[in-house]
Design a protein around this ligand. Structure first.
Ligand SMILES: [Cu+2]
Length: 389
């Protein structure tokens, strides 16, 4: 009798200890997780703009004004306006939803790969094992201990070993889930390195505008392309499929968010009217766009490509018609795209290639001079165009 009491007391004590120990240890264990499958950022390329890149003193005032109006009075900006830039053709099934897809999209960022690893390797096997285990227990109880098979019910009320086990095992399972997921959360909200390129994203009813404060502070508006044979959604915007580089309907836009690949980018996100949400599944990126507030998160795209997303916060009647298209280019091509915009700057350097691009029309004799100047003033910049569409 006495030993039975002691056992019960010990079991209770063990339970309480197990729970509290796990609760106390959990955060430390999670943050101490040293080995993670996530690769570190590579250092930004030498040509990456400094955070202190001066704002254009002589930016083309008219162009910037026209592009920078967040209130949609200016309407769509010119489609893919940069000379010498051909938008990249997306790879079917990559960076976009696919028919019948049930898993996460293929990931193109370190955080995305880590998150996908947690989902595929930690969560799904655990969920499957628990589901099968509970189902087996239910079947066993229903068959073995129903009224007919087992007319005299057991009067057992305590089993120390079982009680300790069914307390500790769930705690351990939760720790297994908490360690990588808290680690991922902590890592993905670390601020961008000082040298990272800053891009400002503004959600509007119902389009996105993308500002490049480190590259001369120009801004582009991004509207969904209209759908052939259907009522016009965005007046003045062409139809999807009318250019060889167009991606899927409802996802392709007139002006993509063009970014450099292979370097951390500081995205600062806000909204001009109501709450929107900037979300690109294949880049593991989702952040709310809230009026009067700037949300910031690092974007790191491992390789060049086109990645599609959608506004993910109900924002009005055309909520479903404000997709996101991110085009990641190698640094040199990104620089060329920037310099194709009025007021576009790389590391505070003014566009000189502009003159080269327009030179053939001006006359062959003059081309040598601006070309020389360009190579002197902007050594890192190349005028290569993006891959053939
Ligand atoms: Cu929206």
């Amino acid at each position: 009798m006495k030993s039975g009491l002691n056992l019960r007391a010990a079991s209770r004590a063990l339970k309480a200890f197990g729970l509290s120990a796990a609760l106390v240890a959990l955060p430390q264990v999670a943050f101490a997780a040293a080995a993670s499958p996530m690769p570190a950022y590579s250092t930004p390329a030498a040509g990456a703009p400094g955070a202190q890149a001066p704002v254009a003193a002589d930016k083309g005032a008219g162009a910037v004004e026209a592009a920078g109006n967040p209130l949609n009075t200016s309407g769509p900006t010119a489609d893919a306006a940069a000379p010498g830039y051909t938008p990249m053709k997306p790879t079917p099934g990559i960076g976009m939803p696919v028919d019948g897809g049930i898993g996460l999209q293929k990931q193109f960022s370190p955080f995305g790969e880590y998150g996908r690893w947690i989902h595929d390797i930690v969560l799904i096997p655990l969920i499957a094992a628990i589901t099968v285990f509970v189902l087996a227990l239910l079947v066993w109880v229903a068959v073995r201990y129903n009224r007919r098979a087992n007319p005299v019910a057991s009067r057992t009320s305590h089993n120390t070993l079982l009680e300790v086990a069914w307390t500790l095992v769930p705690v351990l399972i939760l720790v297994c889930i908490a360690v990588p997921s808290i680690d991922l959360i902590a890592k993905q909200y670390k601020p961008a390195p000082k040298s990272a390129l800053t891009i400002k994203i503004t959600g509007n009813q119902w389009f996105w505008s993308y500002g490049y404060p480190d590259n001369g502070d120009f801004e582009v508006n991004s509207y969904m392309l209209n759908l052939p044979g259907q009522p016009v959604i965005n007046a003045g915007v062409r139809e999807v499929g009318s250019k060889p580089w167009d991606g899927p309907s409802h996802m392709e836009v007139d002006n993509r968010l063009v970014v450099p690949a292979g370097e951390p980018i500081r995205l600062q996100i806000t909204a001009a009217d109501v709450i929107h949400s900037f979300a690109v599944p294949s880049l593991w990126f989702k952040l709310d766009a809230v009026p009067g507030r700037i949300n910031e998160k690092v974007l790191f795209i491992e390789k060049p490509g086109v990645y599609y997303g959608q506004c993910s916060e109900l924002c009005g009647v055309k909520h479903g018609y404000m997709p996101i298209a991110v085009e990641a280019l190698p640094r040199a091509q990104y620089n060329a795209w920037v310099l194709g915009h009025p007021g576009g700057l790389i590391d505070g350097q003014k566009k000189l290639i502009d003159a080269t691009a327009q030179a053939p029309a001006a006359g062959a004799g003059e081309t040598a001079v601006p070309a020389d100047n360009a190579s002197e003033a902007v050594p890192a910049v190349e005028t290569t165009s993006s891959p053939a569409a």
